[in-house]
Design a binder for this molecule. Structure first.
Ligand code: SAM
Length: 203
């Protein structure tokens, strides 16, 4: 029910790098309130927003945010050939290969902000990426990773799925001043922008 700090960081990256997104078919995983996907749609990407089946079943917030930004929510049967100024919203639970996985066309770009927050989900997210990158090996994944625990490492997990990552930017944000006062010191949160692609194999 909130927009997480990693979402504005990824949204700013999208705005600063329009040619990577404009006119491209973009799939967002774990959309939440939808900021990144909405921003991508507003700069001319063909966007499919997704969140888990359980969230889609009980929340209309994402749909409301899309409409408030003047974007039409298109019907499923136009997903292959979307109208401009529209986007699609689908339930997609990471690693659960239900019918929706097969309904989604090949995509150029996948985005996700702050989806690597529970190590128990890492494999399911990477399996989901690997599926879409097998269908289109040129697919590029951009994600913002909020560093919550220095012992977690997505870079190692990527190898198992023949995925490689590049750190594009590290964003340091001061926490809210009032939070800092209660801690007695200034603290900062770290958000990393990663680009993840399929490893090109020569064998
Ligand atoms: C920390 S929130 C980030 C939301 C949004 N991207 C943002 O940055 O504001 C994580 C999102 O992942 C979604 N999520 C959690 N588990 C999921 C799963 N197994 N499959 C798909 N989405 C999931 C949540 O519903 C939530 O929207």
């Amino acid at each position: 029910m909130i927009t997480w700090p990693a979402a504005p960081v990824l949204s700013q990256f999208i705005v600063n790098n329009k040619p990577l997104f404009t006119g491209k078919r973009v799939l967002e995983l774990g959309s939440g309130t939808g900021l990144c996907g909405i921003v991508a749609a507003l700069i001319g990407a063909k966007v499919i927003l997704t969140d888990s089946h359980s969230v889609r079943a009980k929340s209309d917030l994402l749909d409301l945010n899309v409409r408030l930004n003047g974007i039409i929510i298109a019907l499923d049967d136009t997903i292959e050939d979307p109208d401009p100024k529209s986007l699609h919203i689908c339930p997609l639970t990471w690693g659960r290969f239900t019918g929706v996985f097969f309904m989604i066309p090949t995509v150029d770009v996948i985005i996700a902000s702050d989806c690597f927050y529970d190590p128990e989900d890492f494999e399911d997210i990477l399996m989901t990426l690997a599926y879409f990158m097998t269908r289109n090996p040129e697919t590029v994944f951009y994600t913002t990773y909020h560093v919550r625990n220095s012992s977690w490492n997505i870079e190692c997990a990527l190898k198992r799925w023949n995925l490689i990552c590049e750190c594009l930017h590290v964003d340091y944000e001061d926490d809210e001043p009032e939070c800092d006062a209660s801690q007695g010191h200034r603290s900062r949160s770290t958000i990393i922008i990663y680009k993840i692609t399929r490893e090109q194999r020569t064998d």
